[in-house]
Design a protein around this ligand. Structure first.
Ligand code: BGC
Length: 473
């Protein structure tokens, strides 16, 4: 607030981004209601927060083992990994990995091109690792909202984060991958487990800390998953045990429920995006959009002659030119102002000291709103788990990943401090995931294998006792 008084003129522009604790509590209450709608059998189809069953029924118990392939698609790069899970050492080892860039035109091309590219990268990797003759089980981290029918059947609901390949929405992604591999015909893969990156993140931390039951991503996009009681997952049969739910909280607000906190700048970001009207919450929070929100505020302040003496630049007027990573650089404690000045110069702006201070204040306000909104959403999950289990006090761990969380100088501190206020009965430990999308995907596959094996053993032993009973008669 002190800063606002110092730069009184920018106050009215930034004030709509400042959310009070009461407002955040309200937001959390709305999300709580949307969680129930998403889980409900009859309310689900209209629910903006999808609460998708993942068919992940357990976190690691430390007995998992074996060699796996992992694919990771969700950002601008695509990765292939060979991962070994070692039981004795309770370790997940990355044996090797390869990155393939996904060119911008491919992100907006046909699904067939995209999956052919993925299958080709996997083929190159298998050759380089001398693994082509083997059919290893594969964990596929596909970080988009999918309606999972089984662990290996996953229908893409919609693209997010700048992807928009034709012919994939409404289709089973595992089938598209397998078809692309068959089109090549030079290798095969074993059983497939589909994994959202939040789930991989939770599972990769779950190996280190078995009380890790929440996974959260704040990167290019944002989302979280958590272990829900089966009896509340109305769309999947069965009452016992738990299942991991991919909340897809990025869609919060798509029914207009966040209108009161959306600013004019959020509305522009949404309108200019390739998926207008969807993933409202994500667009207020995640790395794909934060830089653009800052840019729009700076443009407005300049137009109103509150910055740079009213002199803009071509770069400042160009969408996307103010990168989200600039926000982290400008908010750095020691060199922030100097970084701001260098960035403004590179953007072709003529600045004075006060301009760089205002720019820093804008960045701080917008990243702060993002951290506080994430905190409200995370508090909703923690409170839900606590109430689900009838506990007065919950101790739990959240596995976290994403560039915004990792790279921003004070995002994680602000997030944690706000969650403490919004979920005072929950004691949450934050664990930064080590490669959730790679190692975590392998872990999901390993846990699925363990459960399948256990249930086969159980069936066999049931069979035996049936026979015994028969013989007894
Ligand atoms: C996707 C989620 C994903 C998140 C983080 C969102 O855009 O819808 O599935 O978990 O980004 O990568």
């Amino acid at each position: 607030m002190k800063n606002f008084i110092e730069h009184g003129t920018s106050y009215e522009y930034l004030e709509p981004f400042c959310l009070s604790l009461e407002k955040l509590q309200e937001v959390s209450a709305r999300l709580k209601r949307d969680f129930s709608r998403g889980l409900g059998k009859h309310s689900h189809h209209k629910a903006p927060v999808k609460m998708l069953p993942t068919f992940v029924r357990a976190t690691p118990d430390g007995t998992e083992k074996g060699d796996f392939l992992a694919l990771d698609l969700g950002g601008t790069n695509f990765r292939v990994l060979h991962v070994r899970v070692v039981e004795e050492q309770q370790k997940v080892l990355k044996m090797d990995s390869q990155i393939c860039a996904i060119p911008q035109d491919m992100m907006l091309g046909t699904g067939e091109q995209l999956f052919d590219h993925i299958a080709a990268c996997l083929s190159d990797f298998l050759v380089s690792q001398d693994l082509k003759g083997q059919t290893l089980p594969l964990g596929f981290t596909f970080s988009f909202p999918c309606e999972q029918k089984e662990i290996d059947k996953s229908i893409l609901i919609r693209w997010t984060k700048g992807f928009n390949c034709s012919g994939v929405e409404g289709k089973d992604v595992v089938k598209l991958l397998k078809e692309a591999i068959h089109r090549r015909g030079d290798y095969d893969i074993g059983s497939v487990a589909m994994v959202n990156d939040t789930v991989g993140t939770m599972m990769s931390c779950g190996y280190r800390d078995q009380s890790c039951e929440i996974g959260m991503i704040i990167g290019t996009g944002t989302n979280a998953c958590y272990m829900e009681e089966m009896k509340n997952v109305k769309r999947v049969e069965g009452e016992d045990g738990r299942m991991c739910i991919n909340t897809e909280w990025g869609g919060f607000g798509d029914d207009g429920s966040l209108k009161d906190i959306q600013t004019e700048f959020d509305r522009v970001v949404d309108k200019m995006s390739i998926n207008t009207g969807v993933h409202t919450f994500e667009k207020m929070i995640s790395g794909m959009y934060l830089g653009e929100i800052v840019r729009l505020v700076l443009v407005k302040l300049t137009e109103d002659k509150l910055l740079f003496k009213g002199q803009s630049s071509e770069a400042l007027k160009t969408p996307g030119r103010f990168e989200t990573k600039f926000i982290s650089e400008i908010e750095e404690q020691d060199n922030g102002l100097e970084n701001a000045q260098n960035i403004l110069t590179k953007l072709g702006l003529k600045w004075e000291l006060v301009d760089s201070r205002v720019v820093r204040l804008v960045c701080d306000t917008i990243s702060s709103r993002s951290a506080r909104l994430c905190a409200a959403a995370l508090a909703t999950i923690a409170n839900r788990i606590r109430v689900n289990r009838g506990l007065d006090h919950l101790k739990t761990t959240v596995g976290v990943d994403g560039t915004v969380y990792r790279k921003h100088p004070n995002f994680s501190d602000e997030l944690k401090a706000t969650v403490r206020l919004l979920a005072p009965e929950c004691d949450i430990t934050f664990l930064v995931s080590e490669d959730g999308s790679g190692k975590g995907a392998a872990m999901v596959t390993a846990v699925a294998q363990r459960l399948a094996l256990q249930s086969r053993l159980l069936e066999d032993s049931d069979g035996e006792s049936d026979e015994e009973e028969e013989e007894d008669k």
